[in-house]
Design a protein around this ligand. Structure first.
Ligand code: FE2
Ligand code: FE2
Length: 220
């Protein structure tokens, strides 16, 4: 600390502090991304996950709702990348597509109830919330269309590529634009509270699907 008394030494100290903070934040982001990928990998551990680079976001690894949402997004990115590694009407493709559908639907429903419903009430961010919810409906339609088609047909992967393009666009826009705008109108307490609302809602959503599956297994 004594070295920091002189101005040159003080500058050096502050550069070191910034560098250490950046390294810490980069480790946190890498660990959060690895966590999302490993959750996806549990479905098919032998399959490669070529997720590649992801759009930069300062929310990755955050302890609030945005960190949790980005963790889910990375899990979805990994599931999409794994599906692209599969072939034809294979059991592993079916398993991964079922998991992607279940995860994306539960995520979207919980995101709408925890985040977008709060954001919708503020006139400054109403349009962002509407846009995100409208895209959820489009993604839902894509998933239903793919589920009704023959996975072994060449058209299936072409349609899947369109879903991928749409979904990656949706989550990039959320991470880089809509979450940034929403964050300005929410307090740190709101953000922590919304994370817990999101997690509860997502868990209930998945449990509800499992219940419906038991009642009418032919539909799933
Ligand atoms: Fe979304
Ligand atoms: Fe999302």
């Amino acid at each position: 600390m004594e070295l920091c008394v002189r101005s040159r030494a003080l500058r050096r100290c502050s550069i070191q502090t910034v560098t250490m903070a950046k390294a810490k934040s980069s480790r946190k982001e890498t660990a959060a991304k690895a966590e999302g990928i490993s959750k996806a990998k549990r479905v098919a551990p032998a399959l490669a996950v070529n997720i590649g680079s992801t759009p930069a976001t300062r929310f990755r690894g955050n302890p609030d709702i945005f960190g949790q949402l980005v963790l889910d997004h990375d899990r979805h990115r990994a599931l999409i990348a794994m599906i692209e590694e599969t072939h034809g009407d294979s059991a592993v493709r079916k398993k991964l597509f079922t998991e992607l559908t279940r995860e994306v639907k539960a995520h979207a429903a919980a995101e709408e109830q925890a985040l977008w419903s709060s954001v919708l009430r503020d006139p400054k961010t109403t349009e962002d919330a509407r846009h995100a919810v409208a895209e959820h409906k489009q993604i839902d339609d894509f998933l239903a269309d793919l589920a009704a088609r023959d996975m072994a047909s060449s058209g299936w992967l072409r349609r899947f590529a369109k879903l991928k393009e749409k979904y990656l666009h949706h989550i990039r826009e959320e991470e880089q634009e809509q979450f940034v705008a929403a964050e300005r109108h929410l307090t740190p307490t709101d953000l922590k509270h919304l994370r817990s609302v999101f997690l509860h809602r997502k868990r209930d959503e998945k449990a509800h699907v499992e219940f419906k599956k038991k009642l009418k297994p032919s539909l799933y």
